[in-house]
Design a protein around this ligand. Structure first.
Ligand SMILES: C[S@@+](CC[C@H](N)C(=O)[O-])C[C@H]1O[C@@H](n2cnc3c(N)ncnc32)[C@H](O)[C@@H]1O
Length: 347
């Protein structure tokens, strides 16, 4: 396949990140989560009234002002996306004590309402269930009701679209779409409204970020969403890039990417690590093929008859839609100007 292009911008996505001529096909992102303590100072820099509300013990007031900052990004994304383009927003709700009151702040519902006001159409979302990293979530106090320590928690993946379904009009687009098919058994896991078995990620930004932590999501989350909601050669945007997981997933899956990160240190780190992170994931396609071959072996042993064979890999597949699937394998990453990279792929 043709090479893809990847750009990391040091930009504030509330204002500059998204320009209408970008023609973005898919957004995969995770914003700073309102009312999670690690983001208090970032939001307070954006609007100093937020710090005041928190100090007064006005949790709901602070929550609303933080979301108004994010609303500007959702409005920008709506303009930037092409018609039929999709956006996936990964976000957790927050629990915390402000003043004397312990409460949950539903980021998911507030972001949905911000995105609906921006013009998006809401589609069925996904709950990503994982081991908790916040054992006092329900005011944990041992075994005495009404509080306890939870074992699992979840994040929401909000799925949105700009307008109606995307039209794949040209022959070239139709071919790219067929190349970008996923396996039947992958579909069964990916297009489920509950994801399990994917652990959260903790990456250190060291002294390159004032926060020390990046709150990155796992590669698997970004790669699934990219494969589910875009086709090879599409443009993927992450307006809250962090360490660049979305860009790496886009590159590994044969899509172009643009990422915006407001923090200069983190932006340079994402850019510096990009090539190494892409090449470290170059085995992603062979891992998917290996899992498919294993699945086929189990099915054949159980007596399943496959009606189709992949034209590319000569392995049995369940449906005719999988026969032209061609998984990109990154061969090299070449810098192409400042914070811009070109990936070439194996034939
Ligand atoms: C939850 S983290 C994203 C982590 C990312 N998904 C990853 O895997 O590394 C949110 C990021 O958005 C950045 N950010 C916050 N406000 C921003 C803004 N207005 N424009 C661009 N980036 C912003 C933060 O500095 C932070 O790195």
């Amino acid at each position: 396949m043709e090479g893809t292009r990847h750009v990391v911008l040091n930009a504030d996505s509330r204002q500059t990140a998204c320009s209408p001529e970008c023609s973005i096909d898919l957004v995969v992102t995770s914003p700073p989560y309102p009312m999670i303590e690690m983001w208090d100072s970032l939001f307070s820099q954006l609007n100093s009234s937020i710090r005041a509300r928190l100090s007064e013990g006005n949790g709901n007031g602070a929550f609303e002002l933080m979301h108004r900052e994010l609303d500007r990004v959702w409005a920008n994304l709506f303009v930037t996306l092409r018609k039929g383009g999709m956006a996936c927003i990964v976000v957790g709700d927050a629990v915390r004590k402000v003043g004397n009151d312990f409460a949950m702040y539903s980021n998911q519902s507030r972001i949905v309402s911000g995105c609906l006001s921006a013009g998006f159409t809401l589609l069925p979302g996904i709950i990503w269930t994982k081991e908790t990293n916040k054992p006092n979530k329900f005011m944990g106090s041992g075994m005495l009701p009404p509080s306890a320590y939870p074992t699992l928690e979840h994040e929401h993946i909000i799925v949105l679209r700009k307008g109606g379904s995307r039209i794949f009009g040209s022959q070239e687009e139709k071919l790219r779409r067929r190349s970008s098919a996923f396996f039947w058994e992958e579909r069964n896991i990916w297009f489920s409204d509950q994801w399990t078995g994917i652990k959260g990620e903790r990456q250190s930004a060291g002294d390159r970020s004032p926060r020390g932590r990046t709150a990155s999501f796992p590669f698997e989350i970004a790669a699934r969403l990219v494969n589910m909601f875009s086709i090879q050669g599409d443009n993927v945007l992450d307006p809250f890039l962090g360490l660049g997981t979305t860009s790496v997933a886009a590159a590994v899956c044969g899509r172009n990417s643009i990422g915006c990160e407001v923090e200069t240190g983190l932006c340079s780190l994402a850019s510096e690590r990009f090539s190494g992170n892409v090449m470290a994931r170059a085995g992603h396609a062979s891992e998917r093929l290996r899992a498919h071959t294993e699945y086929v072996g189990e099915c054949l042993a159980a007596g399943k008859v496959f009606g189709h064979t992949s034209h590319v890999y000569s392995v049995p597949v369940t449906t005719s839609q999988e026969t032209d699937m061609h998984l990109p394998v990154p061969a090299s990453v070449r810098p192409e100007g400042e914070n811009t990279y070109r990936i070439s792929y194996e034939d």
